[in-house]
Design a protein around this ligand. Structure first.
Ligand SMILES: Cc1cc2nc3c(=O)[nH]c(=O)nc-3n(C[C@H](O)[C@H](O)[C@H](O)COP(=O)(O)OP(=O)(O)OC[C@H]3O[C@@H](n4cnc5c(N)ncnc54)[C@H](O)[C@@H]3O)c2cc1C
Length: 394
């Protein structure tokens, strides 16, 4: 009997329309031809050719692809998710690049910016001619960003920003940073506002964080703001308080619900093909029941995760998705993806630990994906609160 793909087994194509399938296949081809041949080297050398890739990804319409106007592709959320999945099947770092640009930096400006801010930044960002980053997390305030210390003070008509941000994707290569800062220490999180900060503003610097063993094909940085003086027009006028950054994070988390499964799929496809070629005790590894049990269980989790992702995509496309539903998807799909990746590694034995195969790279990347955009524990607390009506964050 000839073997089926995982997609065939679940009939994934049946739950997508023709446009969705076409875009998914286009991004998959781009990933396989343009990115996959180099990604092991980018990861090993911790160097991503960011500018070059930005214009190619921009040309493909992948930046802010679910936003409308300003050169954005105006696609559905489900289509955006499928594109994230194909990018993450190559490497989570590439999906992170697109998520941060489109769902965090561009979304913040698109949803909350003034017309001038939108006109200035969004066309360049959708084309990949300007790169954005999103500065929320601080060294002491990750899961609890409401405690942030970065502040913005009025000086005449200007704002003056001081503070620092940590673990910021694209920070050192960005042209523009969306920075969240407290405008009034007495008001607490209610006084948090967003600022659009050109990174060549005096007082802004972004040293890169080195020695990461995860997301090495992605730039991660500290942002330092020392008396960064901005005009009044730099503030995002459309939102006050933590709901600004949190609504951007919901956009990016949605992409991860799909994206993480791309990494898991790549691991599972690698393991299936390896098990077919690898002979142990005189026959292929794939012919043993223990191996088949592992493969079947992993395929089930991947398939269930995919059905959940598309289901959430349909709800989001109707404009009805709630944050706790996105938390459910992120929690399940990232957690299952990292389990699948680890189980696939066992099938490759020692070969599973080298960069000759993608699996150890995906495992290491997924460690970051489990933590950023809300840790698994934060999503458990969100789902727990939805189920019980009780807030257990504090
Ligand atoms: C590669 C990478 C890229 C990133 N990119 C960005 C970016 O572009 N922009 C940005 O703003 N941030 C970014 N982040 C930061 C990321 O969002 C934070 O790391 C994340 O929110 C967790 O914060 P923390 O690391 O400070 O962990 P902490 O908040 O210190 O958490 C440590 C542990 O404590 C647990 N914990 C915390 N609170 C509770 C509680 N109430 N109950 C039980 N357990 C709890 C957590 O779940 C976790 O397991 C990035 C992180 C990484 C690793």
């Amino acid at each position: 009997m000839s073997a089926q793909t995982i997609g065939d087994l679940f009939g994934f194509d049946d739950i997508l329309d023709a446009d969705e399938r076409e875009i998914r296949d286009t991004v998959r081809r781009f990933g396989d031809e343009r990115l996959r041949p180099h990604v092991g080297e980018w990861f090993e050398n911790a160097h991503l050719p960011v500018r070059e890739l930005a214009s190619e990804l921009g040309e493909l319409g992948l930046f802010g692809m679910h936003l409308t106007g300003y050169g954005c592709a105006g696609m559905s959320a489900t289509t955006y998710g499928l594109a994230c999945q194909e990018l993450e099947a190559v490497d989570s770092g590439l999906r992170s690049f697109v998520s941060v640009q489109g769902s965090l930096a561009m979304f913040a400006i698109h949803a909350f910016g003034s017309d001038e801010q939108k006109d200035e930044w969004l066309p360049k960002m959708s084309a990949g001619q300007a790169i954005g980053c999103f500065g929320l997390t601080e060294a002491d305030y990750g899961s609890n960003p409401g405690g942030m210390r970065t502040n913005a003070k009025h000086d005449g008509d200007d704002w003056v920003l001081n503070g620092s941000k940590m673990w910021i994707t694209n920070g050192s290569v960005a042209d523009v940073a969306v920075i969240w800062a407290r405008t009034d220490l007495d008001e607490g999180a209610r006084g948090i506002r967003g600022f659009v900060v050109p990174t060549d503003t005096p007082g802004f610097s972004a040293p890169e964080i080195k020695r990461k063993l995860s997301l090495r094909a992605s730039v991660t940085s500290e942002l330092v703001l020392e008396d960064v003086r901005l005009p009044a027009s730099a503030m995002l006028p459309g939102v006050t308080g933590l709901k600004g950054p949190l609504s951007c994070l919901n956009e990016a988390r949605f992409g991860i619900v799909f994206g993480s499964l791309g990494a898991a799929r790549d691991c599972l496809e690698t393991a299936i093909s390896y098990a077919a070629d690898r002979e142990v005790f005189d026959k292929p590894l794939s012919a043993y029941q223990l191996t088949q049990a592992k493969l079947a269980d992993m395929a089930l989790e991947l398939g269930k995760g995919q059905l959940l992702a598309v289901h959430l995509g349909r709800i989001k496309d109707r404009g009805e998705i709630r944050p706790e539903q996105i938390s459910t998807g992120k929690l399940n799909n990232v957690r299952e993806s990292i389990q699948i990746a680890r189980e696939c590694r066992t099938i490759l034995g020692a070969n599973g630990i080298t960069l000759e195969y993608p699996i150890i790279r995906h495992i290491n990347n997924l460690e970051s994906v489990l933590t950023y955009e809300g840790t698994s524990e934060m999503h458990q607390l969100t789902v727990g609160k939805a189920l019980t009506g009780r807030d257990a964050f504090r």
